[in-house]
Design a protein around this ligand. Structure first.
Ligand code: HEM
Length: 394
């Protein structure tokens, strides 16, 4: 049956420019679709939501029992996850009022303006390399306290780690991802070293806040600090770039929305939400049931790899009317762009701010811009999907 090979077809690089017809096939074959390798795919909105909120679904690596190393909190379950997420959030300010992120607003606008200076009419630019990548990287470096000049160093680690973490059919979960592990250890040691340099000399960045925490109950261990800092640096690197690039691509393909956004700038925040639904940077997440779980008449057996295709849930017509249409004013837009449940994206306020600032600054320059290549070349990764380059003639 063809539906048994859906994951192989989705992850096939040839599907990268437009995986959405495969997601439709997945929903029509679903809600739960067994793959030839025994893993299960879920692509319908309500079933994904239920599973993301089900405490029996584990986010931990399946071979964690054998590993000596504690994963970052993205890959931990409660209560361990909750403790680390709370500690990592503390320097951001009180819950629900991300004061530190708000303080970044002026800085984000300044960085955006600087990056856009060379964007003159007549020039050909790469939206990814010249804008969508350097913006979030500069911001996360500033926030964490990492020297921007070290970017070539951590870009290489980040690329290796993200490649190792991609979803693949037939992946052997027990096989160590050696290159990924090595990059993680090296990147962690580098960030610990930066944190150590700040011990006793507090500055306004997160590494300093972590290492100078006076309350021993609220202090991260060395290893937890390393894992958390690696997670934040990578998340700041590999996601927002895709949101901005996917956003520019969508607006260049559908220029009628550009005119509307230029006329009605209040639509920018909902337009960014719609981009997170329509062209999200994170397409899938993996979980493992700790017990047999019934979903819409099927059983997810304990220990089976389950892949939740968030980007397919975002296009589910049972949840979103006219789901394949990009509608920047869409009401009631509870998308999975930032996930849902206990692992809901920790960086969402920052990512929203960056994407809104980026599009606000770019819109006046896109009016007569043209895509040089459509579809653009995509990155290899199927889980974190976005263009590798996006050439635009201004
Ligand atoms: C447009 C940009 C971004 C997107 C689309 C995005 C998406 C996501 C998604 C879907 C998850 C849930 C993963 C899961 O359930 O397994 C997540 C978690 C997370 N994100 Fe983001 N993210 C973005 C930006 C950021 C930024 C800038 C940061 C850091 C400052 C960040 C830090 C995190 C962390 C730490 C988690 C794990 C939360 C937890 O396990 O409790 N993200 N993100």
């Amino acid at each position: 049956m063809d539906s048994e090979n859906l994951l192989a077809r989705i992850t096939d690089y040839a599907s990268r420019p437009d995986p959405y017809p495969l997601y439709r096939e997945l929903r029509e074959a679903g809600p739960v679709v067994r793959q030839a390798d025994g893993s299960m795919l879920v692509g319908t909105y309500y079933e994904i939501a239920a599973l993301l909120h089900d405490p029996r679904m584990s986010a931990e690596p399946r071979n964690r029992g054998e590993a000596t190393h504690k994963p970052p909190f993205l890959r931990l379950d409660d209560p361990e996850h909750h403790r680390l997420r709370t500690l990592a959030m503390r320097p951001f300010g009180p819950p629900h009022s991300p004061a530190r992120v708000d303080a970044m607003r002026g800085e984000i606008d300044r960085i955006t303006k600087e990056l856009l200076e060379p964007f003159e009419a007549g020039r050909q630019i790469d939206i990814v390399d010249d804008f969508a990548y350097p913006l979030p990287v500069t911001v996360i470096c500033r926030l964490l306290g990492v020297p921007r000049e070290d970017e070539p160093l951590f870009r290489a680690w980040s690329n290796t780690l993200v490649a190792a973490a991609d979803v693949r059919p037939d992946a052997d979960a027990t096989q160590p991802h050696e290159a990924g592990d090595k990059a993680r250890v090296e990147m962690g040691a580098y960030l610990l070293d930066l944190a150590e340099q700040r011990r006793g000399k507090p500055s306004d960045d997160l590494l300093s806040a972590f290492v100078n925490e006076p309350d021993p109950d609220l202090r991260l261990t060395q290893q937890e600090l390393a894992e958390t800092a690696v997670l934040l640096l990578i998340a700041g690197h590999e996601t927002t770039v895709n949101l901005i690039a996917n956003g520019v691509l969508t607006l260049l393909r559908q220029p009628e929305h550009q005119d509307r956004l230029r006329r009605e700038p209040d639509l920018l925040p909902p337009a960014v939400e719609e981009l997170l639904r329509y062209e999200p940077p994170v397409h899938m997440r993996e979980r493992t049931p700790r017990a047999d779980i019934e979903v819409a008449g099927s059983t997810l057996a304990q220990g089976t790899p389950v892949i939740l295709v968030l980007a397919s849930g975002n296009r589910d017509p049972k949840r979103f009317p006219d789901a394949d249409r990009f509608d920047p004013a869409r009401p009631d837009n509870q998308h999975f762009g930032f996930g849902s449940g206990v692992h809901l994206c920790y960086g969402a306020p920052l990512a929203r701010l960056e994407a809104q600032a980026a599009l606000r600054a770019l819109l006046p320059r896109l009016g007569t811009a043209a895509l040089v290549q459509d579809p653009p070349p995509y990155r290899q990764n199927a889980m974190l999907r976005g263009p590798r380059h996006l050439l635009v003639q201004l």
